[in-house]
Design a protein around this ligand. Sequence first.
Ligand SMILES: NC(=O)c1ccc[n+]([C@@H]2O[C@H](COP(=O)([O-])OP(=O)(O)OC[C@H]3O[C@@H](n4cnc5c(N)ncnc54)[C@H](OP(=O)(O)O)[C@@H]3O)[C@@H](O)[C@H]2O)c1
Length: 259
Amino acid sequence: MDLGIKEKKVVVTASSKGIGFAIAKRFLEEGSIVVISSHDEKNLQKAYEKLKEYGNVKKEIADLSNPNSVKNLIRKSVDIMGGLDVLVYVTGSPKPGDLLSLKDEDWSYAFNLLLMSAVVAVREAGNVMGRGGRIILSTSMTLRQPIDNLDLSNVVRLSLAGLVKSASREFASKGILVNGVMPGWIFTDRVKQLVKDRSLRENKSEEEVLQDITKDIPLGRIGQPEELANVVLFLASSLSTYITGSLIPVDGGVIKAIF
Ligand SMILES: NC(=O)c1ccc[n+]([C@@H]2O[C@H](COP(=O)([O-])OP(=O)(O)OC[C@H]3O[C@@H](n4cnc5c(N)ncnc54)[C@H](OP(=O)(O)O)[C@@H]3O)[C@@H](O)[C@H]2O)c1
């Protein structure tokens, strides 16, 4: 099926690994031109080597904790590709911790990493995109259901719901659709890190922690990054023309809230 994204110019942030990598790969498989990005030169090069067999991939270093770096990323990507049709914003992971353990500097860092980088990326992209442009933010299930000991995500990332809504209204008249996805548990290095962290805190084996997580997921398993990537692809595709300002859970049913 033609998704209408062949030769579209796409930026995927935080894409050297995990969710961002899987999204970049799916766009390349569909014939898009993709700029991948991360803040670690070696990881980015490794991802680039893996992805180049799938299509026309470019790379650009950017640190999402630094708003200027994000601005440069979007501007350079536009120069490299000659325009921008799709921005997929993914970000690095906030440090685990609760109110009593996190320090003021952790909150400031998370503010830049999780929120300011998204504001700058969305603003810069919305400024250069033409009609048919798509902005998709990969957020988290924590927008609907907090996860214990992930307070930076529970609190700071919540603002992305407001960003998606505000940007969708502001850019609608320009023909740009803005949406988000809310991953539940998706099997990546991040999940391995969280499982390890929880196994130490709760004095359980990593297998027991994984079982605890899985038993709360109605579909009975952790998701694969490609399952999230396919939803992002749909939102970027010509099949999606009347959805904007929405946040779609991709969570195997784990979010209990109705709205
Ligand atoms: N996996 C899940 O179940 C899940 C669920 C909900 C939300 N999330 C969120 O989704 C995002 C991606 O998670 P993931 O599971 O794909 O994690 P991951 O496999 O650990 O990948 C994280 C990616 O973020 C990049 N990154 C980290 N810090 C960065 C920075 N300062 N600037 C630019 N890039 C940076 C990393 O690249 P470099 O190290 O090469 O820079 C890497 O490409 C995270 O925010 C995570 O909290 C994940």
